[in-house]
Design a protein around this ligand. Sequence first.
Ligand code: C2O
Ligand code: CU
Ligand code: CU
Length: 487
Amino acid sequence: MIVILCANLASLGCEPSPREPRSSTAKVAHAPEVETTPSPRARLADELSRAYPSDAPEIASTREFDLRAAPTRVQQFDGQVLDVWAYNGTVPGPVLKVKLGEEVLVNFRNDLPQPTTIHWHGVRVPNAMDGVPGVTQDPIPPGGTFTYRFVPKDAGTFWFHPHVRGAEQVERGLYGVLVVEDTEAHPYHKEQVWVLDDWRLGADGQIDPRFVTRHDLAHDGRWGQRITVNGDAALELHARPGERIRLRLVNTSNGRVYRPDFGALKPRVIAIDGMYTARPLDLNGFELAPGNRVDLDLTIPTDMVEGGYPITDRFTRRTITLATIRVGGEVVKTPGFEPPSNPNVPRWIEAIEQPVDKEYRLNARRGGPHGIQWTINEKPWGEHDVAVFEGGQWVRVRFKNNSGRLHPMHLHGQFFKVIARDGKPVNEPNFRDTVLLHPRETIDIGMVPLDWGMWMMHCHILEHADSGMMTEIEVRAPEARGKEEEQ
Ligand code: C2O
Ligand code: CU
Ligand code: CU
């Protein structure tokens, strides 16, 4: 697959290249020698081709799950009875665990009073499995079923949630985590998933049923007053000195951003948005926006004094305790393995010299069913032309936040890398599928779309998305393009 990709890149690069038959790589290889230097963009794309595969691995086996979305009553926080919508009766929903190479088969049943779908956030699924109503599938009606079936291409931390009335359905409790494990296990003492969410409760203690309000729209979406990790307002993780733990943090909040602070503990970041970083990074100041994941490699120092160590959120001025790590017990030996990493994350040194191919301006306007519409290039969802990206080609995309609010911009089916902030080059040693734009900020990303189809690009503040801040891109397969050129 990568070979075919390169053949196409050579013929489609910016620099003139010999006209050769494209149908077979063998022909290209046997073509008369013509000296051509690959264009900078061809080099950028080639660098990416080593970072992650274009194709899914061979199916080793299938793992089947039953998933049912339904209204449920749960005991949340400190035992309070709460009416929620849940996957399989719990909030968060289940953690689905598979190994890389396993096929995921989900028998889904919708017992909600509304149509729904499931979107596999961050997973490079075949387009038809992406769960976008009206684009990749019909919404699943109440009482309806749907089978999701795909082979993950990447190991990492992913999550799933509805893509119909997201601001309401996710807020009511519909989200779960998909962990795709590496083929070889890393000998951590323990591994935990931490799902961060906030809840806006009404005076009756129940989920406030006013969704996508004018207030939410005029701000950074819906921010709740109760914050939970795995549904627990006071989560404690017990750890012994010397223990080495892998923590997978997922932000499923509608709008809230977290800046986790581990205080005396010093975790290393090993993955962002599911994908391993080029090397372990400091957590310092990392902003976990809605949709984002961060995987941490945390070792409890052997000389750590027994006691509770709070993990706090420092994104807002009010410091909030998210969870507590309670250190105690016998000292255990810390396993000394190298943390997992992806040394092939492209450096893309030449990226900054490339012109911007596509700009997305982010702003709001008056109007629409909610009174305020969030827009991309001055238009809300439904009024855009589909932007076409050529599969396998490196592109530079600019997000320009013309508003005074936050926008975590998310792209389905693709990973990208931040290459500039406010015009200044940055070299993040990691991929992302969601990047947070601060007020008036401009962020440039580079990407090489490898997964064909129609994909959503939207703000992951779900109120912004539901009021219009969503658009569609088409990634064209090189084969489709080849055919068109022949005609
Ligand atoms: Cu988690 Cu369309 O997004
Ligand atoms: Cu997504
Ligand atoms: Cu937004």
